[in-house]
Design a binder for this molecule. Structure first.
Ligand code: HEM
Length: 140
């Protein structure tokens, strides 16, 4: 693998680590029942805007650029990338729904955390599964 490809994967992983870690923090803040909902929303939105969104952009750009360097390899020769992209779209969806909940709490339009706890749990489990595939190099 050439230097640019390795650098893009490095960027991708760096972005993803901060992205998933921080979106879990957003979920943890949103679900802190003992704190006033509007304050929770404002704190959650701060973590979301300053950490989750920029880290997501970094991870997305790194991963997409790496994919575009070798689209045939990833999309035609090795079909595991289709499953991975489906997984990525799901994670991106959860990221947006959690962020939207933070915005609504901060604006005062809702007071409850909605399905944030279950979404955070799904994200945490997904992060562990993604790390498993990367460490054990599956699929080969
Ligand atoms: C936005 C959509 C995404 C695209 C286009 C993308 C693309 C890529 C590409 C092209 C690679 C290099 C694969 C290789 O050559 O082995 C890669 C590696 C990796 N990606 Fe993504 N990715 C995306 C989302 C995600 C998400 C959401 C996660 C997990 C939270 C993730 C975790 C990883 C990991 C852990 C690796 C390293 C795999 C390894 O080297 O064994 N990616 N990604």
């Amino acid at each position: 693998m050439n230097g640019l490809s390795v650098a893009l994967i490095w960027l991708h992983i760096s972005g993803n680590v901060v992205w998933i870690g921080s979106i879990l923090a957003v979920a943890a803040i949103i679900t802190a029942k003992s704190v006033d909902p509007k304050i929770r929303g404002e704190l959650a939105l701060r973590v979301y805007s300053f950490l989750s969104v920029p880290a997501f952009v970094l991870g997305f750009v790194g991963g997409t650029a790496r994919l575009l360097l070798d689209p045939r390899y990833y999309l035609v020769e090795h079909h595991w990338m289709h499953g991975k992209l489906l997984f990525a779209i799901t994670v991106i969806g959860l990221h947006h729904v959690i962020g939207a909940r933070a915005k609504k709490l901060a604006r005062g339009t809702v007071q409850d955390s909605g399905p944030t706890a279950i979404m955070g749990t799904i994200l945490a489990v997904s992060a562990v599964v993604a790390a498993f595939f990367a460490i054990f190099k599956l699929p080969d």
